[in-house]
Design a binder for this molecule. Structure first.
Ligand code: ACO
Length: 440
């Protein structure tokens, strides 16, 4: 609750010679905010902040990140510790419930996930009616939205049902993702198995086939766990803010998450991991001249951007990209790929960019997406599924934020304001008397 964090210092704002005092809010890690909740009622002014570069939309106890110091913590635990020591299921539990599970809690949660892994058989027919080249993110968003029709009891009273809802969704999204891939390949569906871990189960549903049984590779399972953990939350990013905004209208969890999936689809957000691999492939196919692409990215007249670089919050290294770079090298070696041309190009681009004044002066470092696609590609996941993988990872974070908002006594529907710059009020003209004006 925001009022618990009001600090003893105050900010002063002077408008037309009149001084207004505004409270200051201070978070647990020392971040400070000017509390403007009463600004409009006291002064008649609003603030304008397109892209929400300086707007704190809530207080939250889920994730802390410091983009200047490359720090990312989930519920107080360093991302490095979680990625190196936990399974994705443990981290999902941590995000949703607030503490790491005991062995007993972990077994119970895993049992729940196993029990919920099937999707209603009627939903399977939906897959048949998407066009063959439908983007997997659109299928995922539609299927998650339709879950509320099959499990309507979960939409009511989420306070009591949240454990079930979280487990149901975290489990089923994996089945939906794997089924959509199998359908797109025209292959028979592979049903979930109770004896496999979360990630092994997903890989088996993706790659097992009647003619070639899938053999679970522990190094691949470990890499997938790591990737999902690294994506599991990132405080108020575009998709999480979308989940909160949609949910703020008291929309059920499934529909709110479905909206988050749509937001994640964008190439400036989750879609970047697909765009990175496409860019690296293009560079490779055109002879490997990456300098040409770096020069294009620096040209202000060219809209091209070096995908996988830059981040709204990290103005130094993205801590996730370092972990992923190491995981990438390990997984490729475990699969017998001792050299990968795309990894070589990626490494060389990173080396040049980190010394180039254009990128250094704008604090543009490799982000989480720069190396993740290389791992997915090595595992056999097609590039149009990369953003789906991101969604699988981000789901526990979305659920945790939706739950936190639901539990917040200060719940308010999200409704920003604006500064209007259109025409002033003007007389209505009947259609027969209207003249065509040049488009404005
Ligand atoms: N390549 C070249 N130039 C870049 C790049 C890039 N990847 N990213 C930013 N810049 C430049 C901009 O052109 C701008 O330059 P200018 O000051 O001369 O105009 C400056 O750096 C600041 O860029 P903004 O767009 O204002 O930064 P913002 O914080 O709004 O954008 C974003 C962040 C969207 C991630 C941006 O860096 C980008 O487009 N990166 C490429 C896409 C990408 O990798 N997205 C994944 C992000 S991570 C995630 O969502 C999980």
């Amino acid at each position: 609750m925001i009022d618990n964090y009001i600090y003893d210092k105050k900010a002063e704002l002077i408008i037309d010679g009149k001084t207004y005092t505004l409270p200051i809010v201070e978070g647990k890690e020392g971040e400070k905010a000017i509390d403007i909740r009463k600004l409009r009622s006291q002064t008649g002014y609003i603030t304008i902040d397109s892209g929400f570069m300086n707007t704190g939309s809530c207080v939250s106890s889920i994730t802390f990140l410091d983009g200047e110091k490359s720090i990312l913590n989930y519920r107080g635990y360093a991302i490095e510790d979680l990625a190196n020591n936990c399974s994705f299921v443990e981290v999902a539990y941590l995000l949703v419930h607030g503490s790491l599970p005991t062995q007993e809690q972990l077994s119970e949660f895993s049992q729940l996930l196993g029990g919920f892994a099937l999707i209603h058989e009627d939903m399977i027919h939906f897959f048949d009616h998407f066009p063959p080249y439908a983007p997997p993110m659109s299928i995922l968003s539609s299927m998650v939205n339709s879950l509320c029709n099959f499990y309507p009891e979960m939409s009511d009273n989420p306070g009591e049902n949240i454990d079930m809802m979280a487990a149901r969704l975290i489990s089923k999204i994996r089945t939906i993702a794997a089924f959509s891939y199998k359908k797109s390949m025209g292959q028979p569906l592979v049903y979930p198995r109770h004896d496999y871990s979360y990630c092994a189960n997903f890989l088996n549903m993706m790659f097992d086939s009647p003619v070639k049984p899938y053999v679970v590779n522990d190094a691949v399972v470990a890499a997938l766990n790591k990737l999902l953990i690294l994506h599991a939350d990132h405080e108020q990013n575009c998709s999480t803010s979308t989940v909160r905004l949609v949910g703020s209208a008291k929309v059920n969890l499934y529909a709110s998450i479905s909206a988050g999936i749509s937001a994640l689809w964008g190439p400036l957000h989750g879609g970047a991991n697909q765009a990175v691999i496409e860019m690296l492939e293009e560079i490779y196919e055109n002879g490997g001249n990456y300098m040409k692409y770096i020069e294009r990215a620096k040209n202000s007249k060219d809209p091209f951007r070096l995908v996988g670089f830059g981040h709204r919050v990290y103005k130094s290294h993205d801590p996730r990209s370092r972990i992923i770079k190491n995981a990438c090298e390990q997984v490729l070696a475990s699969m017998g790929f001792y050299s990968d041309p795309l990894l070589d190009i990626a490494r060389e681009i990173e080396e040049v960019v980190l010394r180039d004044d254009y990128f250094v002066s704008r604090n543009l470092y490799p982000n989480v997406d720069f190396y993740s696609g290389i791992i997915y590609r090595a595992i056999g996941i097609p590039s149009n599924m990369f953003t789906v993988m991101f969604a699988l990872g981000r789901l526990p974070g979305w659920i945790a934020h939706w739950k936190e908002m639901w539990d917040d006594p200060n719940w308010r529907i999200g409704r920003p304001r604006q500064i209007y710059i259109g025409p002033k009020r003007r007389p209505f003209v009947p259609v027969a008397e209207r003249k065509a004006y040049p488009a404005q």
